[in-house]
Ligand binder design. Structure first.
Ligand code: HPA
Length: 272
């Protein structure tokens, strides 16, 4: 069975349960699950029930597709995502994104926890991802191109839709939420970076570093979606004092910043 067949089987299964065309997809990162509290949920389907869908294992990720409405907008939320460091292949990491595409999604919103390397960033800051650097991860489009989704050599000059970034900035002002902007450097993890690696990441022009998002964004852009992504800065890679970083610290900071991120995502989506 080809990858495309698997995606189609998963979508056929979901289509028995939900018939709407969903315009917006949302991918929630570590500690950011509270986004779903305010949406009018019409269906919830655990990943493990969906044929060929990977199942998430990380603490803080619940693992289900949530279908619903926010204002007038029909949306699908991936509550729980798949990381390359868990041992999933890049094809598995991006499987849900292609499922969303076939469910009608044309705008994808992603969130993540990231380590800050920009000297002005503080723990708890929100950073709109303006661009990314993907060289340290495995490109999910390696191998035979899936022509049904997009071209062999996709353009990446504006992976994050400029108009969505502008919209987020005005909403930030309206809600009095400070939003930074920056470049996200994708790594595989699961190790946090060494001090020298954080310095290198800053040196090559990035502002934050994290273990998710980039593979999903590449595939979303490949299949023609408009993408918006935001990081919660959960730790600082470059600091003078003791530099140990724990997963708990990352989750705590993400939980604390979640209400701000949620407010921005909701307002953006409601007004689409
Ligand atoms: N590095 C990589 N990934 C991360 C970090 C970090 O410092 N913080 C949260 N995710």
């Amino acid at each position: 069975m080809t990858e495309l067949d698997k995606i189609r089987v998963a979508v056929d299964y979901l289509r028995i349960k939900v018939s709407t065309q969903f315009k917006v997809g949302v991918v929630l990162g570590s500690g950011l699950g509270s986004f779903t509290d305010g949406i009018e949920v019409t269906a919830e389907i655990p990943y493990k029930e969906i044929p060929y869908f990977p199942v998430s294992t990380v603490e803080g990720h619940s693992g289900k597709l949530i279908f619903g409405k926010l204002g007038k907008v029909d949306l699908v939320v991936l509550s729980g995502r798949f990381h390359y460091y868990e041992g999933y292949t890049p094809a598995e990491v991006v499987f849900p994104i292609r499922v969303l595409k076939l469910l009608g999604v044309s705008q994808l919103f992603l969130s993540n926890a990231a380590g800050g390397v920009h000297p002005n960033f503080k723990v708890g800051d929100l950073m709109i991802i303006r661009d990314h650097i993907s060289f340290a991860i495995q490109n999910p489009l390696l191998g035979k191109n899936m022509d049904e989704f997009g071209p062999r050599f996709p353009d990446m000059s504006e992976p994050y839709a400029k108009w969505l970034i502008d919209r987020a900035c005005s909403i930030g002002k309206e809600l009095d939420i400070d939003l930074k902007q920056g470049v996200y450097f994708g790594v595989t993890g699961p190790t946090f970076e060494t001090r020298s690696e954080y310095k290198m990441i800053k040196f090559v022009g990035a502002d934050a570093v994290g273990m998710s998002t980039v593979q999903e964004v590449i595939v979303a852009v490949h299949c023609g979606m408009e993408v918006f992504a935001m990081s919660v800065i959960t730790d600082l890679g470059i600091r003078d004092e003791e530099n140990a970083i724990t997963h708990q610290e990352v989750l705590d900071a993400a939980n604390e910043a979640a209400p701000k991120l949620t407010a921005v995502f909701k307002k953006m989506i409601e007004n689409l």
